[in-house]
Design a protein around this ligand. Sequence first.
Ligand SMILES: [Zn+2]
Length: 304
Amino acid sequence: MAKKITLITGFVTIVCLGGLGVAAARVRTSSAPKPQQPQPVPLSVEPLKGGVYWVKGGSGANAGFIIGKKEVIVIDAKMTEESSQGMLAEIKKLTPNPLKYIVLTHSDGDHVNGLSGFPQGLTIVAQTDTKKDMEEAFKDPKMSALLPYLPNETFAATRPLNIDGVRVNLLYFGPAHTSGDLVVYLPEQKIAFIGDLAFLGRDPLIHRQKGGTSFGLVQTLQKILDLDADTFVSGHNDPLTKADIRGLLTSIEEKQAKVKALIQQGKSLEEIRSAFGIAEAPAQGARRWPSLVETIYLDLTERK
Ligand SMILES: [Zn+2]
């Protein structure tokens, strides 16, 4: 990686790992942050290769962009207007080319709520189910500023595109983290932007309420491993390697096998949780995302 460009923002990073984070989109720090609040994380832009950059910090998940011959393609939109405008300012320092496209990996607020910080009239690309989830979320009157930014180019299945001379393969492998996860694969650069299809250092998050499933995630990760790529940019980690993805896949499969065996032995969810050493309730005040074990249990026992 080459030089790092840093911009200090005054906004707190909310590690909003899910689609439920939409209402928190406009949370900002005051000039005097409360002691318990995390410190603002600077937005920074780091080059990968071949005109491809990834963006971390600011508010929301990692994002990325590609500088094409005449245009710029952004991948994911951060979580607040301030952060997306910070990203735009960084792009302007690197190229005079105008932004034309935004590709969304999925519908979660920490990936899409910054859309209103972009100019209107861009081509916004997403999988069909992601658009449906966004339409649902944007019904909230607090989200009305985002209504002009619903995807205007959608498709249900994998779509190879050539955007401004850049090969951008939009791959859809079925429901996984949500129902509409896209892998943005750049075969020439051997880079894939994979949204929230991989989490390292914590349980993978799967939004069953948005059609996500652990078995779908396994299938999708297998397809990701088949790609001729060596750099995988996810929403909440530094760029990952194929070995990282393989390790994640194995750990999910092992948990699925163990949960399945325990269900077959007639164990309850409580017993299965305790077999994995998972606390039933979170620490007071903490938001509780379902553990992967719980998600697997529900995938195996509940009919959708
Ligand atoms: Zn997500």
